[in-house]
Structures are given as C-alpha cells and as structure tokens.
Design a protein around this ligand. Structure first.
Ligand code: PBG
Length: 324
C-alpha cells in the first residue's frame, strides 16, 4: 500500500515537506491616515484597524519595520472632497504629506506604496471624474491620475498602487512618471480588480460617499478570461507587479495569473474578508489565528508571491515568535 500518511507523522516531518511558506517578507500592510484627526480611531467592521492621525501612523511604521514587514500601502482620507478629487493631486494634499514624511523618516527601510485613485477624494465617491451624463470618464480621469502619479512620486513613493481600473492607466502613468524623470518609481497594478461586495468595510475606512456601484469599471465576478486580458495589458503597459483583488473568492484567478505572469503577482485580502474572520472569531465560531494562517497560506499556495493584508503586522510578529 502507498501510505501518504507517512509524511504527516510529526511536525518536523510536515515542516520538511511543506510546499508553501509564509514569511514577513511576503506581506504588505495597508495603512489609513485621516486628515484632521486628533486621536486614532477604529474603523467600523474592521476591529483592530485604525484610521491614523498624521502623527500616529509614523509610530505604527516603526512597528512594521521592527516586525520586518517590508512594505506599507497608504490610503488617505481628506477633510474636503470635490467633483474632481483635487486634493488627490495637490502637492501638499494629505496623501503626499503622508508619503513625504514616511519617506523622510524611513528612507528605503520600507517599500512605500501610495494608492493611486480618486475615490477617497471625490465628492461622488467614484474612482474617476464624471462626464456630463454622470458616467465615469476614462480618458479625462487618466489625465488626473498622471498628475497624481507625479505628485506622489515626487513626495517619495517607491511604488504607486493603481487601483482605479481605468483602461490604459498603467501606460499613461508610466509615461507620465518617465517624462517627470521618476523612472525608478514602480507601478503595482491592480490588474484584475473585481466589483465586489467584500469592499464594504473599506468604504467606512475612507468614509466613501459613493452611491451606486463601480460595475462600469471594475470587473464582473462571473468572468475569468477577462482577468488574463487585464493582466496582459498591464504588463505590456509597464506594470512592475500585478495584483488580484479580492483574494479569497478569486484564488482561481490568482492561480491562473501566476502561471502566465512574467512579473511578480500579489493578491489583496480585502476589508470584507478581514471582517468575516474577525466577526466569526469574535462570536466564537472559529479559532482566529489558525483561520488567518490557513487563509494567508491559501493565497500563497494559489501562487501569489505578495499578500496585501490588514493582518500583516500581527502575522509577521506571530511568524517571528514561532520561528525557533
Ligand atoms: C479604491 C479601492 C477600494 C479598495 C482599495 N482601493 C474600494 C473599491 O474599489 O471600492 C478596497 C480595499 C478593501 O476592501 O480592503 N481605490
């Protein structure tokens, strides 16, 4: 008889034959900073995740460095919003300030990624600007993304997370960065990003004013091939890393993309995925840490090299603790 159980007999043996690893170096920690806040504030639906003040986030970054989390992804919440998302590309807007201070303080100790999208900054909450009929205007939005890219690059971002799902955004931004002399600033392209109900708590995190949905620009969850096209286009246009989002209901996509991608693949375990685990654990229905590890390993096993997760800091510490 062939006995697969033989390799499961002890924890050392299981460790020796394990196919997948999860290390701090694989993680990106998203961080929210809210303009005008005087005390950090917990986000509804995301227990343990804070909207930081312009001071408190820097202390949090110290902790990331200590825990060997290599990278941070910044989202900023402005005090004022308008139709055109002006604060997003204001050289001294909240997101640029956050990036600038982080880069000044941490240099290359952290890979600083800034979210590049307008939704936190527009009064209507869409990821782009609207045309006369209220539809999201792709090409007008690209021009604003290019301005935002230059501002964030000059503020000191190492990479820009292009999360708006406008056609041609990676190519347009790459060109803008290059003409501005920012040739070393990379693009983490949200290549396959689905219109998802799992972004619910994120809308609280950024106090989004969106009414309606993003289905005219984010992908339809019934489709798979479309993701391969989106990934191909982003790589062709100069993406340095491609990301799939959300992660858990899309492991098939992560798996397929990781097979075809010539650049590293990331996956984003989003706010609603976080919230489900936290809520179930708080209710005593699941064992929290083992569930988190199992989920994050599943994303690695599916083929993602990098995982963007709200658990990054905690899990990095936990991994260190468990390493003899
Ligand atoms: C939009 C953006 C969203 C998230 C990251 N960037 C929201 C959306 O597309 O509606 C969601 C992240 C999460 O839910 O954790 N710029």
């Amino acid at each position: 008889m062939i006995r697969p159980r033989r390799l499961r007999g002890s924890s050392k043996l299981r460790e020796m034959v394990a196919e997948t690893s999860l290390l701090p170096q694989h993680l990106i920690q998203p961080v929210f900073v809210r303009e005008g806040l005087t005390e950090p504030r917990e986000i509804a639906g995301m227990p343990g995740v804070l909207q930081h003040t312009e001071d408190s986030y820097l202390e949090y970054l110290d902790e990331l460095v200590l825990a060997k989390v290599p990278s941070v992804m910044f989202f900023a919440v402005p005090e004022v919003r308008d139709e055109l998302g002006t604060e997003a590309y204001h050289p001294n807007g909240i997101l640029s300030r956050v990036v600038r201070l982080a880069r000044e303080r941490f240099g290359d100790q952290l890979v600083i990624i800034a979210d590049l999208c307008l939704d936190e900054f527009t009064s209507h909450g869409h990821c782009g600007v609207l045309d006369d009929h209220g539809a999201v205007d792709n090409d007008a939005t690209l021009e604003l993304y290019c301005k935002m890219a230059e501002v964030l690059a000059k503020a000191g971002a190492h990479m820009l997370g292009t999360s708006g799902m406008m056609d041609g955004q990676v190519g347009a931004i790459r060109k803008a960065l290059d003409s501005a002399g920012c040739i070393d600033v990379g693009i983490l392209a949200y290549a396959a990003k689905y219109a998802s109900a799992f972004y619910g708590p994120f809308r609280n995190a950024v106090e989004s004013e969106l009414a309606g949905d993003r289905k005219t620009y984010q992908q339809d969850y019934r489709n798979r091939k479309e993701s391969l096209l989106e990934v191909e286009l982003d790589i062709e246009q100069g993406a340095d890393i491609v990301m799939i989002k959300p992660a858990l209901s899309y492991l098939d996509i992560v798996s397929e993309v990781s097979k075809i991608s010539s650049v590293p693949v990331a996956a984003y375990v989003v706010s609603g995925e976080y919230a489900m685990v936290e809520a179930a654990a708080a209710a005593g229905f699941i064992d929290r840490l083992p569930a988190i590890f199992e989920m994050l390993y599943s994303v690695r096993r599916a083929g993602a090299q990098i995982i963007c997760t709200y658990w990054a800091l905690e899990i990095a510490r936990e991994i260190e603790k468990r390493t003899p």
